[in-house]
Design a protein around this ligand. Sequence first.
Ligand SMILES: *[C@@H]1O[C@H](CO)[C@@H](O)[C@H](O)[C@H]1NC(C)=O
Ligand SMILES: *[C@@H]1O[C@H](CO)[C@@H](O)[C@H](O)[C@H]1NC(C)=O
Ligand SMILES: *[C@@H]1O[C@H](CO)[C@@H](O)[C@H](O)[C@H]1NC(C)=O
Ligand SMILES: *[C@@H]1O[C@H](CO)[C@@H](O)[C@H](O)[C@H]1NC(C)=O
Ligand SMILES: *[C@@H]1O[C@H](CO)[C@@H](O)[C@H](O)[C@H]1NC(C)=O
Length: 498
Amino acid sequence: MPGDFLPPLLLLALFGLTRACLQDPASAYRFTGTVCRLTYPAAVVLNEKTTKVIEAAFQHAKYPSMQGEKSLLFVGKVSYGLDNLEIHNLSIGRSQFELFPGKGIGLEISNVSAIFKGTLQYGYGSWLVNVAQTLDFEIDSQIDLGINPKLYCGKGKVAADTSDCYLTFHKLRLHLQGDKQPNWLKKLFTDFITFTVKLVIKGQICKEINKLADILADFIQDTAAHFLTDGDISVDIGVTAAPVITANYIESYHKGLTNYKNTTSVIDNSAFHPSQLTEDRMLYLWFSDELFNPLIAAAHQDGRFQLNISSNELTELFKMSLSSATPEYIEQCLAETATPELRVWSSSVPFVNTSTMGTAVWGQASGELFCGGQSTPTLSFITDVYVDVKASYADKKLLLHSKVNEISVINAELPSQNKQVYDESEIEFIREAVEKIGIPKVLSVLEVEITRLMDKQGANLFDIINPEVLPRDGFVLTQMDFGFPHHLLVDFLKRTLQ
Ligand SMILES: *[C@@H]1O[C@H](CO)[C@@H](O)[C@H](O)[C@H]1NC(C)=O
Ligand SMILES: *[C@@H]1O[C@H](CO)[C@@H](O)[C@H](O)[C@H]1NC(C)=O
Ligand SMILES: *[C@@H]1O[C@H](CO)[C@@H](O)[C@H](O)[C@H]1NC(C)=O
Ligand SMILES: *[C@@H]1O[C@H](CO)[C@@H](O)[C@H](O)[C@H]1NC(C)=O
Ligand SMILES: *[C@@H]1O[C@H](CO)[C@@H](O)[C@H](O)[C@H]1NC(C)=O
């Protein structure tokens, strides 16, 4: 996600597309479905990578040719030009940053040392008529670079304004190849080249950093948007307000609106308040129930909540001992038919409401048991399900833990016999089987599927340290430390260098 410098530092916090940005974050909270808080310790990790990006900026800057002329006593007019300026042996000392509350980020890259090589042409008289000499030169330089990026939202996106960029030259020493030139000429070129090179380098480096910041912003935003997209379901993570910078964190506010086919969800009563987040972990991601509900509804409508279990897998599941006796037709189906199949699906839009106890999920689950390849189900049932679910993430896997609150069988029939099930003990068997076999099975499938989706988007490539998923009233807060995903930077630089 996808830097090591200014850009990542800026940009991780910035993902988002926006149409309208509210000036005052407080008035935007209600419309904010998800929030990202990146703290100072995270910025330290990102800053370690800053030098890589600055290096790329220097190396990718195009240095234009420059020309000039000067009239000299006794000699007449001297014309000269500077071509093929290239950078060699670049090394970057260190990079430091500071967060300026309400303003922006201050970045100091000190001790950039580089050798610039190029060609100098000069001639007496008219430039065109009389280009006489070509001379290679090298410049040893030692530079400090300062950038004070400001975050803003505009032009449909959150962006970093890096126009406050300055270079300080500690050393700029010219070496001319061969030393046949008269001293006055050397002096003239030294002044000219030194001045010109300073100007060119400053302009080009700052321009390149600006460009890199833009590219990186796009890159992070694309990566984040893609992360939340699967099939026809996507989440608009456009920003609702400009990012906030305090002395200890950068926080960005996002819409979190689910798009599914031609519908877009609405969030206008979000529970977000900055006091819900602390400042001691590196990264916080806050998710409103108002984001989850439309997302889950879209998954339901898209037919994602369906599961078919057959044959041995089904027989294995029913080996679990339940306290109620297995009805004979089920026992027969499992024991005597070659390919029993159970199809289960969510038959109403699930609803979630998170509290400190976990995320309460209300749903309706229906099932059909098919035996011996028959097209009419032997058993068909509908249940109301109310469970608390808590999530955690460990060893790059999502884990779901459940506590059943209530399960009730609202209908059960035996379609192949054209009979309704009235027997209390049979209904209790179905209820118990849903609780002890069905729900754990469905959650284990969801764990695998959600982990797979997250991995498809690259979650497993992040070095996530001690992540916590905390259910709260109306939202879920995740907090974690991380090592910077080097692959993201590599991807980004590759893309930039193309
Ligand atoms: C640049 O680095 C190369 C390889 O490390 C070295 O051989 C060369 O002498 C260096 N050039 C200058 C001008 O220091
Ligand atoms: C700057 O770099 C040079 C060589 O790369 C080193 O000798 C010098 O100590 C560095 N200065 C600072 C202030 O880091
Ligand atoms: C999209 O909306 C149009 C009109 O509002 C409707 O006719 C169409 O069926 C919708 N398409 C889908 C895939 O829901
Ligand atoms: C389950 O089986 C039915 C009937 O074969 C099929 O229509 C449905 O797509 C299957 N669902 C899944 C999730 O495999
Ligand atoms: C969610 O649960 C809380 C109590 O845990 C309740 O006050 C609130 O009304 C519920 N919200 C919805 C939308 O049902």
